[in-house]
Each structure stands twice: as structure tokens, then as C-alpha cells.
Design a protein around this ligand. Structure first.
Ligand SMILES: [Fe+2]
Length: 313
């Protein structure tokens, strides 16, 4: 696969300052003007001001200039808008309207999370001390941006643009609800395309170290704002990831996730594991509580619709 990584997203919101402080409290550092990152990856979310909430750009990494030329040709063949430069390519998503920038780049590798001492039947690993997750001695930070999910008014055309134009690969599909999981790295999904009456971002997702880290960071958000939880904590079937969906102060949904399936052998996955016939109700193996409607469609969809109209989209 030519594509190797999701680099970052640019998130346009009416209140970037408030959102920046929210993420600073969650452990992302301000690494430049409106830029949030981790110690290993300085740019994960770039914040900019807009009168409606949307993703304005996503950046993706590929290996070579030749890859860019090939992607440019594929996008042109689809009739998509594309500009090719030295080491970069920029295209406008024809359905949703954001910029997709592909760069010859590589994400910095992540240092392995230190293994925690966890007891289990027959395994006394942590002896004579309490768990750091129980006594608040641990403040895990988001390690990276993992994926972004979009609602499209034409999911077939959107999947065509990302797969046949940009070179994303399909990991799984839920055909009855027109949900397609796409990857541009070893993650099971870096993107999910869902149907929506108005093109929108459904959620963005940050990876934490494990189930406890998702729980500890998620409950902090709920303590700050009791109605912030949308769905979770639980474990998905498709992608296998532990999840907790919450609302940010811009009204956008985000996900803390851990333990997602990693696909290092594309042929093996395509031949033996990928399914394009998932039942539409295959959402979670277990979860605490039912999801709110925001899980499927943002509560501020009318604001997004009028914002898009003002922007001439
Ligand atoms: Fe997600």
C-alpha cells in the first residue's frame, strides 16, 4: 500500500481557544499556534476558527513522489480536483468539501507503552501494592490521532474517491447501513464513511494505552460536564477497539480508543478476515449504556447545514 499514515486533521470550530484548553487538560500539548500534539507527534489536531464545526483538512502520508503522481492520475481519472507539487498533493473531497493533502512523509514511531503490572487468575504480577489506575497515580495522555469519521450524502461516491482515487483500503463493511471502514496505515480504520443527510464529521479518535486509560481519561470529561458521554465504555466488534465516545466543547464527538486491530498483511486480511456482510447491529460486544442519537448524527447537524450553505458548499 502506497499510503502509510494519517498525519493530522485541521478542525475548524467557532471556539478554537476553548477547545484547545479542553485538550490541554486532557494531556495534548499546544505545540504551535492552534496546534495540538504529543511529545512524539507534534501535530495531531490543528485548530482554526470557523462559524460552523467541520474538518477543513486531513493530511495523509505516502512513501514517494511516484506515489503522488499515481494518486494524482487516479484522482484526475475520477474527475476529482487535484494539485500536485514537489512532495505533496492536494485535492478537495468532492462530497464533503474538505482538503485532502497527501505528503511524502512518515509519522514518528511511537515508543512502546510501559507494560503495567496487572493481576489475573494464576498470575500474581502486582504484589503488595495497589494498582496505579485505582489510586490516581497515573495520568495517561493521548498517544496519537487514530481516525476520523465522516457522514456523506453519497457513501458510494465517497468510498470511490478514497479507495480508487487516494488508495485507501477497505477493512470491513456493514452494507445495510452503508458503513465502510477504510485504512491508510496498519490501523483497522483511519476513516469510516457513513451516510448522513448533510456532509459532516461524525467523530475523531485519539488512542490511549489501554482500557484503564480510556476509562480514566473519559471519566474526567464526564466529571467536567455530566452530559458529555455519548456511548461507552465498551468494545467494538469491527476493529475490536475499546471505545468511549464523548462530546468536546465545540459540540463535536470524539472517541478515546485502545487496542484496535492492526493489519500488517493486506492479502491475508482481504482473503480471510475482511467481511463485507456485517449485520447493521454489529456495533459492540459489550457496552455500558445505550448510545445517544449523537452517535449516528451530530446534534448540531442543522448548524452544520446552514454553515455549509453560508460557505457555498
Ligand atoms: Fe471511531
Amino acid at each position: 500500500m502506497a499510503l502509510t499514515d494519517l498525519i493530522d486533521i485541521e478542525l475548524a470550530v467557532p471556539n478554537p481557544g476553548e477547545l484547545q484548553e479542553f485538550w490541554n487538560r486532557r494531556g495534548l500539548a499546544t505545540t504551535g499556534t492552534g496546534r495540538l500534539g504529543t511529545p512524539e507527534r507534534a501535530s495531531q489536531i490543528r485548530l482554526t476558527e470557523s462559524d460552523y464545526r467541520h474538518v477543513s483538512q486531513m493530511r495523509i502520508a505516502t512513501e514517494t513522489q511516484e506515489d503522488l503522481v499515481q494518486i494524482s492520475n487516479s484522482l484526475t481519472a475520477l474527475g476529482a480536483q487535484v494539485e500536485l507539487g514537489d512532495g505533496w498533493l492536494e485535492s478537495i473531497d468532492p462530497l464533503i468539501g474538505h482538503s485532502v493533502r497527501v505528503e511524502v512523509a512518515r509519522n514518528a514511531p511511537l515508543e512502546q507503552a510501559p507494560s503495567r503490572e496487572v493481576n489475573a487468575p494464576g498470575k500474581m504480577i502486582r504484589q503488595n501494592r495497589r494498582s496505579e489506575a485505582a489510586v490516581s497515580e497515573w495520568t495517561p495522555k493521548p498517544r496519537r490521532l487514530g481516525h476520523v469519521v465522516f457522514g456523506s450524502t453519497d457513501t458510494k461516491a465517497s468510498v470511490d474517491y478514497y479507495v480508487n482515487g487516494l488508495g485507501f483500503r477497505i477493512s470491513d463493511r456493514l452494507p445495510e447501513v452503508e458503513a465502510t471502514f477504510l485504512r491508510c496505515s496498519t490501523d483497522h480504520h483511519n476513516m469510516l464513511i457513513l451516510p448522513a443527510p448533510v456532509p459532516c464529521m461524525n467523530h475523531y479518535a485519539l488512542e490511549l494505552e489501554d482500557f484503564d486509560a480510556v476509562g480514566l481519561r473519559g471519566i474526567e470529561v464526564v466529571k467536567e460536564r455530566p452530559d458529555a458521554s455519548v456511548y461507552g465504555i465498551g468494545r467494538h466488534v469491527v476493529g475490536s477497539n475499546v471505545f468511549w465516545y464523548l462530546l468536546d466543547p465545540a459540540g463535536g464527538m470524539f472517541e478515546f480508543f485502545a487496542d484496535m486491530d492492526q493489519i500488517t498483511d493486506d492479502d491475508l486480511w482481504d482473503l480471510e478476515i475482511r467481511r463485507e456482510d456485517w449485520d447493521p447491529f454489529t456495533i459492540a460486544t459489550y457496552e455500558s449504556g445505550t448510545s445517544k442519537m449523537d452517535f449516528f448524527l451530530p446534534a448540531d447537524i442543522d448548524d452544520i447545514a446552514s454553515g455549509r450553505e453560508r460557505a457555498g458548499l
